[in-house]
Ligand binder design. Sequence first.
Ligand code: AMP
Length: 408
Amino acid sequence: MFAHQCALAGYGQIVSPMFEELAVFKRLGESTDVVTKEMFNFFDKKEKNPTEFALRPELTASVVRAYVQHRPAPPWKVWYEGPQFRYERPQAGRYRQFTQVGVEALGTDDPYVDVEVIALASQFYAALGLTQVRLLLNSLGDDSCRPAYMEALTSYLRSNAADLSEQSSATLEVNPLRVLDSKRPEDQAIVDAAPIMVDFLSEETSAHFDVVRSGLDALDVAYEISPRLVRGLDYYTRTTFEFAGDALEGSQNAVGGGGRYDGLAEALGGPATPGIGFALGVERILLACDAEGVFPAPETLVDVFVVDLTGGAEALTLTDSLRAGGLRADRAFGGRSMKAQMKLADRSGASIALLVGEDEVAAGTVTVRSLRTQRDQLSVSRSDVVTETKSLLEQLALLETLKMETRS
Ligand code: AMP
């Protein structure tokens, strides 16, 4: 579904390597937790001057590295999916290996590309059926206005440093912006009263942000302005956003996020190239889907289970013809008793069991037994077994639908 939505918007897929030189990720910012604490890094086997690599903790840096290396014509719009690795303390919704899907659009700072990217993510959640995902939006300014804001923020935080938590006092000296991210109760009053970036935006960044907002309004994409949203990575400029899954537990409720990173390509040795993108956490999205109950109960793996009382050879050819006929069929292995095979049939979730013993082989028939309804078993000719099983499955599905309609 994600791939389809990206294709509709003109994004091509990019498959980047699982690991890169560590230096690529270091460009994400020396005060970023992902870089300082959460990297799985290792050296190659060169004896002299080995190179240090790291498993990818995210994909923006790899995509921008690929852009700088191959210089495709801008605007370059790509999407990706795959595992990421972070050395974090594992807990519910936070893993050391997790999956992200995302997009990056490089080569234009037109605010309408911000709108396109944000709307794409938002429409993906909606297409999954999620209704409790909130879009939080902020602008982090750029070089024209951020320094003045940083000065105001730093001096405000320094004057309140005595009341900040120990961790936030330390963060303040490395990256004052990240103090705004603090969820510690003792920091809240200070964070809440801190100066906010939107009050410092230059005319140009403010106009850019206005277009982003009116574009989202035009597409009916609901958002909340969240003036203290700074996000984890250091390289974000101007538009920044996050999606909060309200059905999830508070501390791990971010189901995705992204923003503009106009300085990253230059930091990676390329020409100054604006860019924007997002990454969505697949496991968290699935947790949100569970919490909101958007998917029906998991489907069964098979429709039919073959119970063979002749030793196993009949099940071999019977499952083969069922599968060739497009039915999902499984069987027991190891020459087990009828009772044991019926138990497996039941556990498989199949709706129908097909039984073959010596009598059936002699008569050229198969015994068909419905596993989920009280029906008399029937005997069908071996040559008709695929058609008969299909028709019985259709009847059972119809019965199930009727039952559900009566219930609701
Ligand atoms: P980030 O790259 O940190 O902006 O993360 C983007 C999204 O990836 C987050 O909103 C989460 O949904 C997801 N995510 C980040 N880190 C983890 C993790 N350790 N385990 C599971 N999901 C994660």
